[in-house]
Design a protein around this ligand. Structure first.
Ligand code: B12
Length: 324
C-alpha cells in the first residue's frame, strides 16, 4: 500500500529505488501498473520519485517474491504481513528452496503458467518480436520470482531453441535475437542486484573456448540472489585471467559453466592450470558438458553441480562453513 504521504520523508529517483530494492525499473513500473504496490510522487518534470516507505515496501515485496510468493497474491499485504511471511521463510538464511514443482500450493497453475511463458517466448522469437520477448521475461520474473524464471522459463526456452535450431526449424538469426535479449535481461538483473556490506565474493565465468554464456549468467544471477557479491566476467577466459580476478577481489568461490565443446583437451588443460593458480579454492562447475570433463574435475576436486538449486546449496555451505 502506498502508505501515508509524509513530505518530510526523503525522495529517491527510480534509479536509486531500483538500486536500493534490487528490482529492475521495469519490474517496479509493472508492479505499480498491475498491482498498485506503491504510488510514487512526481517531480516538476513529471518523473517518478519514491519515499523511504515506498522503498521499504518494494524491498519487502522483492524478498517475498524471491522466497516463492506470487506478487499477484501478496501485493495487498501490509508491511507487518510481509515481514511475517519473510520471517517465516527467511530468504538469506534458510536452506534454498527446491525447484518450484515441489511447492504445495498452486502447483498445477504455476506449471501451466511456465509452459505458457515458454510458448509465448518461442512465438515472439519466431515473429522476431524483441519487445514482446522482453515483456514476457519481465512478467515471468514479477509473477514467478527469480529462481523459477531461470529454472522454468529461461533454461527450457534456450534448450528448445537449441533443439529447433538443430532440426533446422529455427534460423540462426532467431537464436541470436533470443540470446541477445536473454543476455541483456539477465545482465540487468545482475546489475541491479543489491549487495550487502561484507557479502562474500564469487567469480562466475567459463574457461577458454567455452563461448556459450547463458548457463554462466543464470548461475551468476542465482549467486547474486543468494546475497553473494558476484563478479561476472563473461565467457571464454584464460585461466590466468580467471585466477587473477578471483585473487584480486578475495573471492571465496569460483563458478564455471561448461557447455560446448565436450572433452576438449585445451579446456582440461586450462582447468588444471586454474587449480595450480588457486590451491584450495572451492570451484563449482555446472553445465551440460560437465560429465565429459569428469576426470579432470575429480582431479582438481571441483564441486560438480547438476542444477541451479545445487549451486544455492553449495554456496550456502561455503558461506557458513568456508568449505564444501
Ligand atoms: C545460444 C547458443 C549458441 C550461441 C551462444 C551465444 C552466447 N553468448 O552464449 C552461439 C550462436 C555462439 C552458439 C554457437 C555454437 N553452438 Co550453440 N547453442 C546455443 C543454445 C541455444 C543455448 C546455449 C546456452 O547458453 N545454454 C546454457 C543453458 C541455457 O542450457 P544447458 O546447456 O542445457 O544448461 C543446463 C545446465 O547445464 C545448467 N547450466 C549451465 N551452465 C551452468 C553452470 C552452473 C554452475 C550450473 C549450476 C548449471 C549450469 O543450466 C541448464 C539447466 O540444467 C544451445 C542449446 C542448449 N540446449 O543449451 C546451443 C548448443 C549448446 N550449441 C550447439 C552447437 C553445436 C553450437 C555450434 C558448434 C554451432 C555451429 N555449428 O557453429 C557453435 C559453437 C561455438 C563455439 N565456438 O563453441 C549445440 C551443442 C551440441 C553438443 N554436442 O553439446 C547445442 C546444444 C544446440 C543443439 N541442440 O545442438 N550457440
Amino acid at each position: 500500500m502506498p502508505g501515508s504521504r509524509d513530505d518530510s520523508q526523503k525522495k529517491f529517483s527510480m534509479k536509486i529505488a531500483s538500486r536500493m530494492t534490487g528490482l529492475t525499473p521495469h519490474a517496479i513500473r509493472a508492479w505499480e501498473r498491475r498491482y498498485g504496490v506503491v504510488a510514487p510522487g512526481r517531480d516538476s518534470n513529471n518523473r517518478r520519485f519514491y519515499r523511504e516507505s515506498d522503498i521499504e515496501r518494494l524491498a519487502l515485496l522483492h524478498k517475498a517474491t524471491d522466497a516463492g510468493h506470487q506478487i499477484s497474491q501478496i501485493a495487498g499485504y501490509s508491511k507487518e504481513e510481509l515481514q511475517d511471511i519473510i520471517g517465516r521463510m527467511n530468504v538469506i538464511d534458510m536452506p534454498p528452496r527446491k525447484a518450484p514443482e515441489v511447492r504445495a500450493a498452486g502447483d498445477l497453475i504455476l506449471v501451466r503458467d511456465y509452459n505458457a511463458y515458454t510458448e509465448e517466448m518461442l512465438s515472439a522469437i519466431e515473429r522476431m518480436d524483441r519487445k514482446s520477448l522482453e515483456e514476457i521475461l519481465i512478467a515471468a520474473e514479477t509473477e514467478a520470482g527469480r529462481n523459477a524464471l531461470l529454472e522454468r522459463v529461461v533454461i527450457p526456452v534456450m534448450e528448445r531453441i537449441g533443439e529447433l535450431w538443430r532440426k533446422g526449424e529455427m534460423r540462426i538469426s532467431h537464436e541470436h535475437l533470443a540470446t541477445q535479449v536473454v543476455r541483456t535481461f539477465l545482465g540487468g538483473l545482475l546489475a541491479t542486484q543489491k549487495t550487502f556490506p561484507g557479502a562474500p565474493h564469487v567469480v562466475v565465468t567459463t574457461p577458454s573456448d567455452q563461448v556459450h554464456e547463458i548457463g554462466a549468467l543464470c548461475a551468476a544471477v542465482t549467486a547474486a540472489s543468494e546475497g553473494w557479491n558476484v563478479t561476472y566476467l563473461g565467457p571464454s577466459l584464460p585461466s590466468e585471467e580467471i585466477a587473477g580476478a578471483v585473487t584480486y577481489n578475495g573471492s571465496r568461490a569460483l563458478i564455471l559453466s561448461l557447455i560446448y565443446p565436450e572433452s576438449d583437451p585445451l579446456v582440461a588443460r586450462e582447468i588444471r592450470k586454474l587449480r595450480r593458480y588457486l590451491p584450495g579454492m572451492p570451484v563449482i562447475v555446472g553445465g551440460r558438458a560437465r560429465q565429459s570433463y569428469s576426470q579432470v574435475l575429480a582431479e582438481i576436486e571441483a564441486v560438480v553441480v547438476n542444477d541451479l538449486y545445487e549451486v544455492r546449496t553449495v554456496l550456502e555451505l561455503i558461506r557458513t562453513t568456508g568449505a564444501v
